[in-house]
Design a protein around this ligand. Structure first.
Ligand code: COA
Length: 141
């Protein structure tokens, strides 16, 4: 499949919404409203089919500080899986992180085997691990 990766445009928001909603229904991703996607649009990349110009994948790099960023909302159209699109979207996120000199990139995912193939690991060097605490509140995502 021939595709390209580019930063998301305003016109891509409905397609990103559909991709994320598809996997949110299956509990693989956190649901996003079009309003939230619009607000975070600058963090998103999309994969576009070179022939049809359809958006067939998306992924975002949310930068929290010069130390930490997170790959979020990574989704590939089910009909286009296993063509290297997910890998290319993660590579775009990692390239952006490197170019902004962000030290660490993390992700919270059920697709851990996929992310391990992209070089992610469960722990940092020196046995440092990420631990989570749920506050029980529902903050703006
Ligand atoms: C996970 C996901 C993004 C992978 O996208 P994809 O375009 O199908 O993946 P790619 O074709 O780029 O695969 C790259 C490599 O990972 C492997 N891979 C793909 N999905 C995998 C999975 N679920 N588990 C393990 N390995 C996987 C591929 O076989 C390929 O391996 P190779 O380098 O040895 O050839 C896609 O399946 C998806 O949208 N999943 C649902 C949403 C989700 O879980 N997102 C992640 C949370 S942020």
């Amino acid at each position: 499949m021939d595709f390209l990766i580019r930063p998301a445009r305003a016109a891509d928001i409905p397609a990103i919404y559909e991709l994320v909603a598809h996997y949110a229904k299956q509990k693989h991703l956190l649901a996003r409203t079009c309003r939230q996607i619009a607000k975070l649009r600058h963090t998103f990349f999309v994969a576009v089919d070179k022939q049809t110009h359809a958006v067939i994948g998306c992924g975002a790099l949310e930068i929290f500080s010069s130390k930490l960023a997170e790959v979020r909302s990574l989704a590939v159209n089910p009909a286009c899986k296993n063509c290297g699109i997910g890998r290319a979207l993660v590579a775009a996120c990692l390239h952006r992180a490197r170019s902004r000199k962000i030290a660490e990139v993390m992700t919270i995912t059920s697709s851990d085997a996929f992310f391990q193939k992209q070089g992610f690991d469960f722990a940092l060097p020196n046995e440092k691990k990420a631990l989570f605490f749920l506050t029980g509140t529902h903050g703006e995502v």
